[in-house]
Every structure is written in C-alpha cells, then in structure tokens.
Design a protein around this ligand. Structure first.
Ligand SMILES: [Fe+2]
Ligand SMILES: [Fe+2]
Length: 137
C-alpha cells in the first residue's frame, strides 16, 4: 500500500526557478521524513537525526537563495532574509529542546512547521521567483 505523505508536492509550489524548485522538493521530502519518525514513535535518536537533517538543509537552502538575491540585486532581500532568520530561530529552539530531552514534539508543532514552509514557498519565494522570471530577457 502506498504510504500517505505528510506533504505531497504539488506543481503549484513551483516558483519557476529550477534550482530552487529542486531544493524545495528535497526540503519537503526531509520534512516528510521528520514527520514519519515522529508519527511512528521512532526512537529519540532517529527523530533527532531527521530534525538535524531538516535543519542543516534549511540553512543550506536559505544561503543558496540569499546568494541568488545578491547576484540579482533583488529589492525584497531584507524582508526575505528576516523571514528566513525567524524560521531558523524557531528550528534552533526545537533542536535545543530536543537535546534537553524535554520536548514532547506534538503533531501540532509539526503542522506549524509545515504551514510556515508552504506559506513561505507560495508567498515570499514566489515573489522572488517572479522577480527573476521577469528580469530575464
Ligand atoms: Fe525557499
Ligand atoms: Fe525563502
């Protein structure tokens, strides 16, 4: 039987910049893996591992986007960076709570992560995708 994905990728999530779309797909996949370990009640170490993978990839992806902003003198850079930093802060708190072993990571927290990620792609990332697409000759 096919496993039901927590977040299934949809074409509407594409922002039209292939390198970023590929990274977003991978990002969604890592969130699905993290969700699986939590939902399946995996051992703490596995949950922490998938959370770390999600965190590391988020940092990598944000820095890749930020390089593209600089290269293209994207006017919305500051506001976009602020959103990234806010999310990194949230993920750091989650990670620290995990290390202290005092976090009961609820599916509600997970839903908040999911909503943030999808809203960021559909809103803020699409904005800069449109900027890049319109900029191209
Ligand atoms: Fe992004
Ligand atoms: Fe972004």
């Amino acid at each position: 039987m096919e496993e039901k994905l927590y977040v299934a990728w949809k074409p509407v999530y594409e922002i039209g910049v292939p390198i970023i779309d590929e990274q977003h797909k991978k990002w969604v996949m890592l969130l699905n893996e993290f969700h699986n370990t939590v939902r399946n009640g995996s051992a703490q170490i596995f949950v922490e591992e998938t959370l770390n993978a999600l965190f590391d990839y988020t940092e990598y992806h944000f820095s890749e986007e930020e390089n593209i902003f600089r290269e293209n003198e994207f006017p919305g850079t500051d506001a976009h960076l602020a959103e990234h930093q806010e999310f990194i802060k949230t993920l750091k708190l989650l990670k620290n709570d995990f290390k202290k072993n005092n976090l009961l990571l609820s599916l509600k927290t997970m839903d908040a992560l999911k909503d943030w990620l999808i809203n960021h792609i559909l809103g803020t990332d699409k904005e800069f995708g449109n900027f890049l697409l319109n900029k191209k000759p």
